[in-house]
Design a protein. Structure first.
Length: 250
């Protein structure tokens, strides 16, 4: 059997896993756009959102989701290789774990803004909160573009964490189907996650408040870029472990 035929056979045999990796990557890319990122200005209460970068927030929530998914996978795999119904449960566990992490981060951040800095959460991107209808303009401090994490940003961030955790967990499960090694699957899952977190960061270009931010309209470009990146990552993630196993078997 020629190497070309072996590679094609590996790819076709693991096609469902590659498709799952692509879907997981797209979930991560979309989730990044939901998370309210304020960067350095938010750290000084001069912009709405969490005071750190896009990749840090996405990676933090996503890795938390991966840990939760990994534990659930280990628990369910004791009875055999997890099937579709078990994969759904694992992905749900990862999604909830990531959502809890990002919501706790936003909650504690709001405590610091409100009781430490002494500013009310307000968005400068909308005159009224799209969810509560509360006016925003009167509460935006002079010389800033908002501060804290208002309700719409909090809800958007929770959705972003859920999507990020879902995508990361799905990628981990697909990689476990390919090689069955938790260590290799975790390494590749983290790598694919970071790729799909960094690309949308260039699309966002600094800060974003959530789904109500005008920058959210750039999402289709990120989806296209992350689709291509996830496809390449999926192919590599299938070829390397499978090739290593074939070489070991030979």
């Amino acid at each position: 059997m020629t190497p070309e035929i072996s590679i094609i056979g590996m790819l076709m045999g693991n096609l469902p896993s590659i498709i799952g990796i692509i879907i997981g990557g797209l979930c991560i890319a979309v989730g990044v756009h939901f998370v309210p990122v304020g960067g350095a200005p938010a750290a000084m209460a001069q912009a709405t959102g969490i005071g750190t970068g896009t990749v840090q927030l996405a990676a933090g929530s996503g890795l938390t989701g991966l840990l939760a998914a990994g534990y659930m996978y280990m628990t369910l795999s004791a009875a055999g290789t997890p099937g579709i119904s078990e994969i759904v449960l694992i992905c749900a566990t990862g999604a909830v774990g990531a959502m809890i992490m990002i919501t706790v981060t936003m909650l504690v951040g709001n405590w610091v803004y409100i009781y430490g800095v002494g500013v009310p959460p307000a968005s400068a991107k909308r005159d009224y909160d799209p969810i509560t209808g509360d006016p925003q303009t009167p509460y935006v401090a002079a010389g800033t573009v908002g501060q804290g994490i208002p309700t719409v940003c909090f809800v958007s961030g929770a959705i972003g964490g859920l999507l990020g955790g879902l995508g990361g967990s799905l990628i981990y499960c697909m990689l476990m189907w390919v090689n069955g090694d938790p260590a290799i699957s975790s390494i590749f899952a983290i790598g694919v996650f970071l790729v799909n977190a960094v690309l949308p960061s260039y699309n966002i270009q600094g800060t974003i408040e959530g789904f109500h931010d005008p920058k959210f309209k750039r999402l289709p470009k990120a989806i296209l870029a992350c689709f291509i990146a996830s496809l390449l990552c999926g192919i590599i993630a299938v070829i390397i472990p499978s090739g290593a196993m074939l070489s070991g078997g030979a």
